[in-house]
Design a protein around this ligand. Structure first.
Ligand code: PLP
Length: 394
């Protein structure tokens, strides 16, 4: 489905209305806010101690446009370890959160050449908004009946129609579905990208937040050019420092104009906070055991949430493989997701985001839960959801 006007979903749609209701209401329980530190998920105390010893008044000069060399070298090593692929430090650029890498990437991609980008339905809202600023977008299906994996056949059929497509966007582990794409799907997606001459943009911000194996699309790229996006907000629990990065993998050097223009754009914005980069260098040294504790805690909440949701008639849910989300489906023709979340907030003070915010066709009829929330609040939220569905259907 090709979309020119995306105002019916995302921030300009129901999310802003919900924020207004919440503000007027005052107290409410947010069950869809993916901010690890507010739920007590922080770095290991040994790293926090070192952060607290930084002389914060020392980081006052301009940073280099692409980021601290030592940090980029450490990130390049991390990519090697996680993705089994070499992205050299001079092909990495630090950004103000992964969010800032979206407009930079799309601006460089659509510089001089028009075209469209294939994005998943459902999708992460800022990605949709930023992609649409710079090019046309169309949506390919994530198949709920197949564990929310991309429907590769449908993708190919759509690519036959949208011959102008330049890029394919992937998010794994996924937001908002929680799916972690298996190797077979990743290999198939990369074959498709090679066949249709696409650049792959992969957002892997939840990479080690998985309950089983994780494989990066980069591992299967071979000659496909890949824009690799990652950052420190989730796995390293540092969203307040606003730190992300773009990696550029293009072994055949066929897409040099993209990279050159991206470099120009980044040189024109003078880098990212020096202090945040110092913190990031320390975060990369966190003992793995602490990250494991974090992931184990999220998985435990995820299992509880799935169990509670499965007790409600008319709701089905695909268990997540990672990230901090589940995206249950509401099987009620007469109750829309937007009507439900409005009612939940007004009557029970529970804030959930409606599927309709995340895409045009597949996403509606769902709600998004975040699995960082304390267990008691998750249970409270699911009970309120059950009661709201009963209220609205009688
Ligand atoms: C898929 C995805 N990418 C990027 C971000 C935002 O990243 P950052 O905080 O680094 O801007 C999020 C936040 O929820 C996300 O879910």
């Amino acid at each position: 489905m090709r979309i020119r006007d995306i105002s019916s979903f995302g921030y300009s749609g129901v999310l802003t209305e919900l924020e207004n209701i919440a503000r007027k209401r005052g107290s409410y329980l947010h069950l869809s806010n993916c901010d690890p530190p507010i739920y007590g998920y922080t770095l290991d105390s040994s790293i926090i101690e070192q952060i607290n010893q930084l002389q914060i008044s020392a980081y006052t000069s301009y940073p280099s446009w692409n980021g601290d060399e030592d940090l980029r070298i450490a990130i390049s090593k991390r990519i090697n370890k996680f993705c089994n692929t070499h992205v050299p430090s001079d092909r990495l650029i630090m950004t103000n959160g992964v969010s800032e890498s979206f407009p930079l990437t799309f601006a460089a991609l659509f510089h001089q050449r028009s075209g469209s980008i294939a994005i998943p339905d459902p999708s992460y809202v800022p990605l949709m908004v930023q992609a649409r600023r710079f090019g046309d977008v169309w949506f390919y299906t994530l198949d709920e009946l197949d564990g929310w994996n991309p429907d590769c056949d449908q993708l190919v059929r759509s690519l036959e129609v949208h011959k102008e497509t330049k890029a394919l966007l992937l998010i794994t582990p996924n937001s908002p579905t929680g799916a972690v794409y298996p190797e077979k799907i990743l290999a198939e997606l990369m074959n498709i990208a090679a066949q249709y001459n696409l650049v792959v943009i992969t957002d892997e911000i939840y990479d080690s937040l998985t309950f089983g194996d994780f494989h990066s699309p980069l591992q299967y790229a071979e000659e496909v050019p890949v824009v690799y996006l990652n950052g420190f907000s989730k796995v390293y629990r540092l969203p307040g420092y606003r730190l992300g990065y773009i990696g550029w993998y293009d072994p055949t050097d066929r897409n040099t104009p993209f990279w050159e223009y991206l470099v120009q754009l980044c040189k024109a914005k003078f880098g990212v906070s020096l202090l945040a980069q110092e913190v990031a260098k320390l975060a990369l040294q966190e003992p793995e055991s602490h990250l494991k504790e974090f992931v184990t805690s999220v998985e435990k909440k995820h299992l509880l949430l799935i169990d509670e949701l499965s007790k409600i008639e008319g709701i089905s849910v695909v268990p997540a493989g990672g990230s901090t989300y589940v995206f249950p489906k509401l099987h009620f023709d007469q109750i829309s997701d937007e009507q439900l979340v409005r009612y939940l907030l007004q009557e029970y003070g529970i804030f959930l985001t409606p599927g309709s915010a995340y895409g045009p066709s597949i996403a509606p009829g769902h709600v998004r839960f975040v699995t960082l929330v304390p267990e008691a609040d998750l249970v409270k939220g699911v009970h309120a959801l059950g009661k709201s569905l009963l209220d609205l259907s009688t």
